[in-house]
Design a protein around this ligand. Structure first.
Ligand SMILES: Cc1ncc(COP(=O)(O)O)c(C=O)c1O
Length: 393
């Protein structure tokens, strides 16, 4: 009997998040500048916090409806129509979730049978554990720096087999900051339709766009409404990571399953958090624009700062608050480089290989941090890279 033999087999399919492992290491280093964390450094805007405080006094302290408050679902439906071009029935096609993360988890749970293949991007967000937990088989499709990490639809076509059940699309992308435009999404949609594949479209960074870029939701494209599960969240747009509110729109059959399971799982999203979400989505969106303008200033600093370091190159992110510099010239793996920077130069970044095999040779750096932290972080990376060069001579 092994020590853990009492655990169900499926639990072994779940791996500790590589980001957690990196942070555990960073936490032990006093004075470290942490540019690894993928969450806004802003406080949730005051009017949203006030709405939550008011909700407490108004008695929102009881079980909420399993798929979310009706008024919130109606406001979400309006937002989806106005911003995403998605027409969804708030009574049957919208579900309020514990962040986009729960939508991803539920989608894998409801859709995957053992052996079903799931196409996902590499480098890309880490969906591997959720897929494997339900017996799914991840099929990574490599995206290339030379193509600004935008997937080539021909590479998706080549990865499709008769076992492909689902494709996971994440635009804007964590960690690369790449945006998939309408043309690429149309090609992906055509392949999904032709091969009877569902799409999980994970869109947490829909608002964090630069240089006039727009956001297209694949679920809005012709023929996609009945095969797309679109995941959205309040986490990034409104600096609400800790509130744990997101939502999805999907065909009724999926929403029904999510609602049914919610009753058995956690009963619903915390009532007060839902009231805060209602305030956030129904307000003027100035607060979002202000935060994006701040990220944009930081983006320039990070992009220029990194490219000024000899041997490091970094594309200018089109979106999100992540930079994904190429560190391959250091000769270290992305884990070695990240551990080295943390231990010897007190700067935490995330190894690119956490985001898939093709992330090797890169690290992810978050610019959801103050200008001072970013400046200091870049100084430390520079120092680290220069010290490596000296070692090599
Ligand atoms: C691509 C992507 N999907 C999903 C999530 C989870 O977001 P949420 O906080 O809404 O669960 C994140 C968070 O970092 C993300 O980057």
């Amino acid at each position: 009997m092994t020590e853990k033999s009492f655990l169900a087999n499926r639990t072994h399919e779940v791996e500790w998040s590589g980001i957690r492992i990196m942070f555990a290491l960073a936490d032990e280093i006093p004075g470290i500048v942490n540019l690894g964390i993928g969450q806004p450094d802003f406080d949730t805007p005051a009017f949203i916090r006030d709405a939550a405080k008011q909700a407490l006094d108004d008695g929102y302290t009881r079980y909420p409806p399993a798929k979310g408050f009706e008024d919130l679902r109606y406001v979400i439906a309006e937002k989806l129509k106005a911003e995403n071009g998605i027409v969804a029935d708030p009574d049957t096609e919208i579900y309020v979730a514990v962040g986009a993360m729960q939508v991803i988890f539920n989608t894998c749970l409801h859709m995957l049978n053992p052996g079903d293949e799931v196409i996902l991007m590499d480098p890309g967000y880490d969906y591997y554990s959720q897929i494997r937990l339900f017996g799914g088989v991840p099929v990574p499709v490599t995206t290339h720096e030379s193509n600004f990490f935008k997937v080539d639809p021909a590479d998706i076509q080549a990865a499709i087999s008769d076992k492909t059940k689902l494709m996971i699309i994440n635009t804007p992308s964590n960690p690369t900051g790449a945006i998939l435009d309408g043309e690429i999404l149309r090609s992906i949609a055509d392949m999904a339709i032709a091969n009877d594949i569902w799409v999980l479209s994970d869109e947490p960074y829909e608002h964090i766009l630069f240089d006039g870029h727009g956001h297209t939701s694949i679920g809005s494209l012709d023929g996609m409404a009945d095969r797309t599960i679109s995941a959205f969240t309040l986490s990034k747009s409104y600096a609400m990571t800790g509130w744990r509110v997101g939502y999805t729109t999907a065909p009724k059959v999926i929403i029904d399953e999510m609602e049914k399971l919610m009753e058995h799982m956690v009963s619903g999203v915390t009532a007060v958090a839902q009231r805060a979400a209602l305030a956030a989505i129904s307000a003027q969106q100035d607060c979002v624009q202000e935060m994006v303008a701040t990220y944009d200033k930081r983006r320039h600093l990070v992009h220029e700062g990194l490219n000024a370091i000899g041997g490091i190159t970094c594309l200018k992110p089109e979106s999100t608050f992540y930079a994904f510099p190429n560190i391959s010239s250091t000769g270290l793996s992305s884990w070695e480089f990240s551990k080295y920077l943390a231990k010897e130069h007190k700067i935490a970044v995330v190894p690119g290989s956490i985001f898939g095999k093709a992330g090797e040779g890169y690290v992810r750096l978050s610019f959801a941090a103050s200008m001072e932290q970013l400046k200091e972080g870049i100084v430390r990376i520079d120092r680290g890279v220069e010290a490596l060069k000296l070692r090599a001579t």
